[in-house]
Design a protein around this ligand. Structure first.
Ligand code: PLP
Length: 410
């Protein structure tokens, strides 16, 4: 716990220019990190430097600027490799984000490998982006989507999960950390069980990668996806990691430049991975920016970040737990820094607006997880989602803000 005590949150906050601003005349308390996280100066500088000093297209031209930009672009791929502890950098595919990564796997691996009668297993706590691509695949292939249930605390019911695995299961597609509830799923155990019936495992790491050390080899999964913008990086860039032999065997997705070796009108041959899956000019500057953000995170240390956020979650949960008329939705034993809650007699949208007037940014609504809201019979929740730059003082401000909301509705 020593590293938690020495976690220099005030110094780290200074790395994020936006955290110094006010909103409606109040200091910004940014608790909407689950939707998108704020950006460190080093990332902003990295992007500015590319555009001011090194910008050109990558992989193609023979000139100095293109060579410099290509080096940085490919260095970012190696950064993602280290960030995920992936065996090889060619296993890292740059995509727009988690949504695109999941769609890529569904449309390439899925279309090549999933047939009528097969099953795709997901959980009851998925984000829409880990439901709809599989529904689309099932519609096209005649396969069946199977859902492993959760209990009233928002914890996956492990015996029920096991019962839904069978030789028909071709893929387990599962969220690592639930964006709506904060539940952390036991991915390593789940992957072992899924592999035992011959299924592959794809993990939606959108809410996990920014908050804990990810080791795809230790997790023992086959595909892992995350979004740059939730990991303090730019929007419009993220990564899909997949085991090389799977990626090599998968058909390409989008066709165009870069993803080919040779094009003849009669026949085209495809490039090697990762380029086979990166058709067209990529998001060059943002990829380099993502590399800068991930280097920054690894510099702080993901273990220290996780431990600090754990303390912060425990503190904020206790503070909010003292408020009469507030009910936390998602009370799993194993949670990451998300607190979803409802207030008796107060619509979450009204609460969100009044909190905003106090400079407190939270998200309200269904959090792109309508089945989770249906399960808890709610229209929506108020969600505070934390990052390592949030403080205990901000958790106090949230609690005070909520009491003010309640006062106004008395
Ligand atoms: N999965 C989870 C758990 C999420 O929280 C999100 C975004 O909120 C996504 C997937 C989709 O991420 P993106 O919109 O960056 O593609």
């Amino acid at each position: 716990m020593n590293h938690v005590k020495t976690f220099e949150v005030e110094a780290l906050r200074k790395d994020f220019p936006i955290l110094a601003r006010t909103v409606h005349g109040k200091p910004l308390v940014y608790l909407d990190n689950g939707a998108s996280a704020q950006k460190p100066r080093c990332m902003i500088d990295a992007i500015r430097h590319v555009y001011e000093q090194e910008y050109a297209n990558v992989h193609r031209a023979a000139h100095e600027l293109s060579a410099a930009c290509t080096d940085k672009f490919e260095a970012a791929r190696r950064t993602v490799q280290r960030f995920l502890n992936a065996p090889e950098d060619r296993e890292v595919i740059f995509v727009r984000g988690t949504t695109e990564a999941i769609n890529l796997v569904a449309q390439t691996w899925g279309r090549a490998n999933v047939k009528a009668g097969d099953e795709i297993l997901i959980t009851a706590m998925e984000h829409h982006s880990n439901i709809v691509p599989w529904q689309m695949l099932c519609e096209a292939s005649g396969a069946r989507l199977v859902v492993a249930p959760m209990d009233d605390t928002g914890t996956l019911m492990l015996p029920e999960f096991e019962k839904r695995l069978s030789p028909r299961t071709k893929l387990l597609a599962c969220v690592h950390v639930s964006n709506a509830l904060g539940t952390v799923n036991p991915i390593e155990w789940m992957a072992q069980k899924a592999h035992a019936v011959g299924a592959l495992v794809m993990v939606d790491g959108a809410q996990a990668a920014p908050h804990q050390r990810i080791d795809v080899q230790k997790l023992g999964v086959d595909f892992y996806a995350f979004s740059g913008h939730k990991a303090f990086g730019p929007t419009g860039i993220g990564a899909l990691w997949g085991r090389a032999e799977l990626l090599e065997a998968m058909p390409p997705w989008q066709g165009g430049g870069e993803m080919i070796k040779s094009v003849k009108f009669e026949q085209t041959t495809y490039n090697v991975i990762p380029h086979k899956f990166e058709a067209g000019t990529p998001n060059i500057a943002d990829t380099i920016g993502l590399g800068a953000s991930l280097e920054y995170l690894m510099g702080i240390g993901l273990d220290a970040i996780e431990a600090y956020e754990h303390e912060l979650l425990a503190y904020a949960t206790a503070k909010l737990g003292e408020i009469p008329g507030l009910r936390i939705v998602g009370t799993s034993q194993n949670k990451a820094g998300v607190i979803s809650f409802v207030l008796d007699g107060i619509h979450s949208a009204d609460a969100g607006m009044i909190l905003d007037e106090q400079g407190i940014a939270v998200r309200v609504g269904q959090h792109c997880a309508e089945p989770v809201m249906d399960f808890f019979k709610l229209h929506g929740t108020i969600r505070a989602s934390f990052a390592f730059y949030n403080t205990m003082h901000e958790a106090d401000a949230l609690a005070a803000g909520i009491r003010k909301v309640q006062e106004l509705f008395k």
